[in-house]
Write a protein that binds this ligand. Structure first.
Ligand code: NAP
Ligand code: F7E
Length: 320
């Protein structure tokens, strides 16, 4: 089997590449050219995957790559994925995150409509939630240009499925984290800074809304769900979540106390991290994925916090 992963240099792309290699896939990773290399997360598997430059904003690069490789499956994980940047660069976000998904579909439709496409859809589509917990049937109410872009990508996948009989599947993934999470996202920002404070490298942690609540899972668990969706006979959409909710404050509490510290002594509010519109609470019901795909999350919230804090502490100690 041949698979293309867009966004292979990202958190999920790196775990999915490892997962597919273990299943004996030929893995082709698309990455965008930059002046410094972005392979930190895949350095350990770089000689086992095929890396090709292409950009989701450039239709021709996608057409040529898909034509040359002739994949069985494409996992579209590339995106401008940071919600705050979607307000400062809304048009770029729409171009990459929304229209980028359409460009993949157009390439597949013209080259070989039998290629299966996975789309990295997001719980951010639920935004101002219309139902608790959220399921595949919950109406969307996105609250950022990122969320709106993901709603477009979701619906264009569904439309190409229904209009052209293509195999497109949307994984509606709730927040998932790991030691490979980008440093700007709140979980990694907390674990990395808490570890720095423990080692005397930093004095405080500046955060925005501590009362926001999320359904946080473990990224390696979630890439398995992506693959299972692609193996299912019928292309469908699935919520992937833990069905547990915790606040940013609770995440801080657990991370700092794992290091023998009290978060209240270090965490300060910085208004620059507040958002123009907030998604107050997300919690996903993964019942359909469990019933149809046999998938369920393995790593608990407390284990996730511990894994991330320990990894950051270890990494910083090595750097010292
Ligand atoms: P990530 O770490 O931010 O990775 C995003 C990837 O997209 C990176 O490889 C990035 O390349 C690439 N990319 C950005 N713009 C591109 C462009 N114009 N052309 C080609 N590649 C481009 O995100 P992640 O956490 O792994 O998430 C993977 C996908 O799932 C994303 O679509 C995200 O929106 C979605 N999602 C994530 C979560 C979550 O909690 N992690 C939940 C739901 C959905 P560089 O390395 O060069 O920046
Ligand atoms: O914020 C609050 C912030 O940036 C989580 C992406 O992977 O998951 C991610 O989007 C919450 C928000 O993730 C800070 O206001 C407080 O309520 O870690 P985050 P996100 O916005 O939920 C979804 C599912 C995706 O699809 C996205 O691609 O934490 N928060 N203080 C903060 N957030 C950040 N980043 N930094 C703070 O200082």
């Amino acid at each position: 089997m041949k698979a293309i992963i867009t966004g292979i240099t990202g958190q999920d792309g790196s775990y999915l590449a490892e997962f597919l290699l273990k299943k004996n896939y030929d893995v082709y990773g698309l990455y965008r050219r930059s002046s410094v290399d972005t392979f930190e997360r895949i350095n350990h598997i770089k000689d086992k995957v095929n890396l090709i430059t292409a950009d989701l904003t450039d239709q021709n690069s996608l057409n040529e790559t898909i034509k040359d490789i002739g994949p069985d499956e494409i996992y579209n994980l590339a995106a401008q994925s940071f919600v705050p940047v979607s307000w400062t660069q809304p048009a770029l976000t729409a171009n990459v995150t929304a229209v980028g998904a359409l460009r993949i579909l157009e390439a597949v439709r013209h080259i070989n409509p039998k290629i299966k496409v996975y789309q990295a859809s997001s719980s951010e589509m639920f935004g101002k939630v219309q139902e608790i917990p959220q399921t595949e049937k919950t109406p969307f109410y996105p609250r950022s240009p990122y969320g709106v872009s993901k709603v477009f990508a979701f619906w264009i996948m569904k439309n190409y499925r229904e209009s052209y009989n293509m195999f497109t599947t949307n994984g509606i993934l709730f927040n998932h984290e790991s030691p490979r999470r980008g440093l700007q996202f709140v979980t990694r920002k907390i674990t990395n800074t808490a570890a720095k404070i423990k080692l005397g490298l930093q004095k405080e942690l500046l955060l925005g809304n501590l009362d926001a609540k999320r359904d946080w899972g473990y990224a390696p668990d979630y890439v398995e769900a992506m693959w299972l969706m692609m193996q299912h006979k019928i292309p469908e959409d699935f919520v992937v979540a833990t069905n547990e909710v915790h606040s940013v404050r609770e995440f801080c509490e657990h991370a700092f106390s794992h290091l023998g510290l009290n978060y209240e002594d270090y965490v300060k509010l910085d208004k620059k991290f507040l958002r123009p519109a907030e998604v107050d609470q997300l919690i996903g019901d993964y019942g359909k994925a469990e019933k149809v795909l046999g998938w369920k999350p393995r790593v608990t919230f407390k284990e996730l916090v511990k894994i991330m804090v320990d990894a950051d502490l270890e990494k910083l100690k090595k750097e010292q």
